[in-house]
Design a protein around this ligand. Structure first.
Ligand code: GAP
Length: 471
């Protein structure tokens, strides 16, 4: 297996190529905050639109919303975040550095090695002051989920959805992480794509879609295997359900997201599910699984998926005095919907996953080849005139193609050098306009992954590219 580059080298690569920059770098930077550059924003947008397309637009049973990042402070009292979204912190008496930890036995300062002192708990929510009342504290949302719960009733009524159905949202979340680290992996401002999937509580064991994914094989590390220090093993979704490792709804949604990553090029040996230990479950969850990716810094969570039961709607009913009940027409009774699955996807972690998987240091070519899935590639087509004399014709091609495909025009250096530059930023197809093109009205399309070149009539170019990019 090819050796993966370190997270530090990946951060350097992302900066050099214009994918991601340290925020406020000119002022010395700010830990845990990152800005996406010209290529990064394209890749990130493509990842987001794939999630939205697959899990919202292609489904009859999921609708989306786009809520605010600051909400009424009561939302976070009801959700339990004010009381429970806490980390234990330890302070260095000398340099005042704060470190996250569960116990202080022997913990030393990462900077000066002085013994750390317990400093109680810190709530990870950022506070902000909402005028006009002084001291009117509110919070920046630490998860997008709550805005879904507070809008649940309005969405259900206006979209006329019947249970089971889901509400999706993608957007920023903020956590005042005590120790942000590993580049984009643990940051203080990040993006999530979350779905709350509501069912009738009587249908907890009845998922009508389970057949679709039943035979799918996944890697799973159970709580028992983790405690026994055993590796993960392969299991089918059917086995997960029949052995009661996961509920049918939970297993179904985990399978759908697992498949999403496989379909976009993640190798199956680099993905696994991890069952949460009972004692690490969040205050609202009765069960939780993560999807993990095999990063160079270990297997790490890229997706969390909890069974949130009726916790949140019940809490909001209590705190807001607003009914969150749903009228079940068949049974002629009111029920509080049950969140059987909450697929919670970090966009920045998905970004890291795809870029690590794609990164290939091709020694034979002498350059990096970023083998991103064409659907994710920030730039789809590179257009090169063989020599500067042909610039006018190649530019015309660029103008035409860029109406439909995000394209790049490059005329500097040899064609070989231009291919290498395109490989490094993951452009799947490059088109060269040469002297023959003037006569035969054909151009050469070169494939990033195989380096194979084919001659294609200019008149068929759009159709050919459409096919190649959607393969
Ligand atoms: N609503 C449930 C929830 O927020 P979580 O496990 O705390 O659950 C879900 O977060 C996902 O959000 C994680 O799997 C990860 O992808 C992303 N995430 C969480 N904290 C993050 C951070 N500090 N930096 C980047 N991504 C983060």
């Amino acid at each position: 297996m090819e050796e993966k580059i370190s997270i530090e080298d990946m951060a350097t690569f992302c900066k050099k190529k214009g994918f991601v920059f340290q925020n406020s770098e000119i002022y010395g930077g700010m830990a845990g905050f990152f800005d996406y550059g010209p290529l990064g924003v394209e890749l990130k947008n493509n990842i987001k639109s794939q999630f939205w397309n697959v899990f919202v637009q292609q489904r009859e049973d999921v609708v989306g919303i786009d809520g605010t990042t600051i909400t009424h402070p009561k939302v976070w009292e009801a959700s339990g975040h004010v009381d429970s979204f806490l980390d234990y912190i330890y302070k260095c008496p000398k340099c005042r550095i704060m470190v996250k930890g569960d116990d202080d036995k022997g913990m030393t300062c990462p900077k000066c090695e002085a013994k750390l002192k317990s400093s109680g708990k810190l709530n990870l929510m950022f506070t902000t002051n909402v005028v006009p009342v002084e001291g009117n504290i509110s919070y920046l949302r630490p998860e997008t989920a709550q805005v879904i719960f507070t809008n649940y009733k309005l969405v259900q009524e206006t979209s006329r959805k019947k249970l089971p159905f889901g509400i999706a949202q993608t957007g920023k979340a903020f956590r005042n992480e005590i120790s942000p680290r590993d580049f984009l992996f643990r940051s203080r401002e990040f993006e999530q794509f979350e779905i709350e999937y509501f069912i009738n509580p009587k249908d907890v064991n009845n998922c009508p879609f389970i057949k679709e994914v039943e035979s799918m094989k996944l890697n799973l590390i159970t709580e028992k295997e983790q405690k026994a220090n055993k590796p993960h093993s392969e299991i089918t979704i059917d086995q997960m359900v029949t052995k009661r490792i996961a509920s049918p709804w939970h297993a179904y949604w985990l399978a759908k997201y697992y498949k999403f990553f496989l379909d976009l090029g993640i190798k199956k040996e680099n993905l696994r599910l991890r069952e949460h230990h009972k004692d690490e479950l969040a205050h609202y969850a009765s069960a939780c699984f993560d999807i993990e990716y095999n990063f160079p810094f270990g297997w790490k969570e890229i997706h969390g998926n909890a069974d949130r039961q009726q916790f949140d709607l019940t809490q909001h009913m209590k705190f807001s005095n607003t009914s969150m009940e749903y009228f079940d027409e068949e049974a002629k009774e009111k029920v509080i919907p049950y969140v059987a699955s909450e697929p919670s996807q970090g966009i920045d972690r998905a970004f890291l996953t795809f870029i690590f998987e794609a990164y290939n240091d091709d020694k034979k070519r002498g350059n990096v080849v970023l083998k991103l899935h064409p659907k994710l590639a920030p730039i789809k087509v590179g257009i090169f005139p063989l020599v500067n004399k042909l610039e006018k014709e190649a530019k015309k091609l660029f103008t035409d193609l860029s109406e439909e495909f995000n394209s790049m025009f490059d005329k500097s250096g040899s064609v070989g050098r231009r291919y290498a530059r395109a490989d490094e930023i993951g452009i799947p197809f490059c088109i060269t306009f040469d002297f023959d093109s003037l006569k035969d009205k054909k151009v050469t399309i070169r494939d990033r992954d195989t380096t194979k070149q084919v001659r294609t009539p200019i008149k068929d170019l759009k159709e050919t590219l459409r096919e190649l990019l959607n393969k």
